[in-house]
Design a protein around this ligand. Structure first.
Ligand code: GLU
Length: 472
């Protein structure tokens, strides 16, 4: 049964830059909410004070904005919700769903050692549950601040139908009474713990589907028990598979850029990154190239695969090139311009515009950064390798090129007129197309691999073109 309002959340810890694995989880949660016309909530889980930073939280917001993962509510910061968590702990203490435990670290260690020696799984034995305190004759030790523990059900199983992994069942005997608040004098509530805060948040934020990385799958049964203790039916859980490098190892720096900000800096389009991320563990038939809108239209949890996804840097770059080709050229030019400026090319009325460069190179460059690098010859005269030039320019075609240069001095500067000059030269001098085009490519760009010559000439402009066609 699908709840009437779909609400998903992304709950990153602000302890570094977003990498591909965690942003992919955000993408799935976002796409699911958008597909169902639901809401997408951002919650910053900043309770690890030592590792959390404002800079990281800002980076998360910046990266999500860049990718276009718009949020409907939040960001909520867990550190600002401590009073709320404490209030729930206090209620649970008051009605017996939680209790104070005075066991010291030494006692816990001793218990664990004993259990291990007996080949038992180490777990807290529930000795400070109120009914056991009397039975065991426990005395509250002086000067010890108790923790608060959740009274986990003793029997039965916790089961859920994971939207990705299928049915999962854990016996309650496997779970002990979780600490939900750290030590504090009786009458005060200590700092609430992670698994507890997550549940209070998911309840308060009315999350219908928890879509998160499968590193959290072991937390889920404990969280489900807390949901039920709080009288709330748990949400649907879907644990997304890990992202590996294409060598099967956990994704790391070795596999190329892994931080989302590096993708932006390297001239990837957010559309392409969304496409590439979505294909890490999700598919729609044989569709390889799709837009963010298509993803939203098609997204479902059923098509997520439970097996680990493999990240392939080359495929990401290929996809980016495909999205570059499909982008309206004006939009491409807008995105390209900052890369041209960063490469040191001024945007003025002498230099080729970003639009002209985008027209010229849109089919040829896999990233905006590489497009700007490739565009060097549009702004700076190339160094010509003498050997390369002699290979393409000789006595057979020199006359044709001289004639072309002469014509270009006065022809109307339009692509058809330029193309006509290039064509006429071939008839007039009885030379083949490559004999005209190859030396011109070398002269204009420094390389024999270059776009069509009429397009090149048009982009470079009359003055720069004539200066480069140095054929005597
Ligand atoms: N803060 C957790 C993380 O970054 C996510 C917890 C969750 O989604 O429930 O891994």
């Amino acid at each position: 049964m699908t709840p009437s309002v779909i609400r998903t959340r992304f709950a990153p810890s602000p302890t570094g830059t977003l990498h591909l694995g965690n942003i992919r989880t955000a993408l799935f949660a976002w796409a699911f909410a958008r597909h169902h016309k639901g809401q997408f909530v951002l919650r910053i889980e900043d309770t690890d004070l030592e590792r959390s930073s404002d800079a990281s939280a800002d980076g998360i917001l910046r990266d999500m904005k860049w990718l276009g993962l718009d949020i409907d509510e939040g960001p909520f910061f867990q550190m600002q919700r401590m009073d709320r968590y404490r209030e729930v702990v206090a209620q649970m203490l008051a009605d017996g769903r939680a209790y104070h435990c005075y066991m010291s670290v030494e006692e816990l260690d001793a218990l664990r050692d004993k259990q291990k020696a007996n080949n038992e799984k180490p777990r807290y034995d529930g000795r400070w549950r109120p009914e056991n305190v009397a039975k065991l004759g426990l005395k509250i030790p002086a000067g010890v601040d108790p923790v608060v523990r959740f009274r986990n059900p003793d029997a039965g199983v916790v089961a859920w139908d994971d939207a990705v992994k299928g049915r999962i069942e854990i016996a309650n005997t496997e779970l002990d009474d979780l600490v939900i608040a750290r030590p504090a004098p009786v009458g005060q509530v200590g700092v609430p713990t992670y698994n507890f805060c997550v549940v209070v948040d998911d309840i308060d934020m009315q999350i219908s589907h928890v879509i998160r990385g499968d590193g959290h799958v072991m937390n889920t049964p404990r969280q489900i028990n807390i949901f039920r203790a709080l009288g709330v039916e748990p949400p649907v859980f879907g644990h997304t598979p890990t992202v590996l490098g294409n060598d099967g190892e956990k994704l790391s720096k070795r596999h190329g850029a892994t931080g989302l900000n590096e993708y932006a800096a390297n001239g990837f389009l957010p559309e392409a990154v969304i496409n590439g991320l979505a294909r890490l563990g999700w598919s729609h038939g044989n569709d390889e190239i799709f837009s963010p809108q298509q993803l939203v239209e098609w997204f479902n949890l059923e098509s997520l695969t439970p097996s680990p996804a493999r990240f392939d840097a080359e495929k990401f770059e290929w996809l980016n090139g495909e999205h570059i080709k499909r982008l309206p050229v004006e939009t491409l030019a807008q995105r390209l311009e900052p890369f041209l400026l960063a490469a040191g090319y001024a945007m003025n009325n002498v230099n080729p515009s970003a639009l002209a460069v985008a027209e010229l190179l849109r089919e040829r460059a896999p990233t905006l950064k590489k497009m700007a690098e490739m565009a060097a010859y549009c702004y700076v005269p190339p160094t010509i390798d003498a050997a390369l030039l002699t290979q393409h320019l000789n006595d057979v075609n020199r006359g044709a090129l001289q004639w072309i240069k002469g014509e270009l001095a006065s022809v109307e500067w339009s692509k058809p007129a330029i193309a006509a000059v290039l064509k006429d030269a071939q008839g007039k001098f009885n030379v083949k197309t490559p004999q005209v085009m190859m030396p011109l490519r070398v002269l204009l760009t420094g390389s024999a691999q270059a776009p069509a010559v009429d397009a090149l000439l048009l982009t470079l402009g009359r003055e720069a073109s004539l200066a480069r066609i140095a054929v005597g």
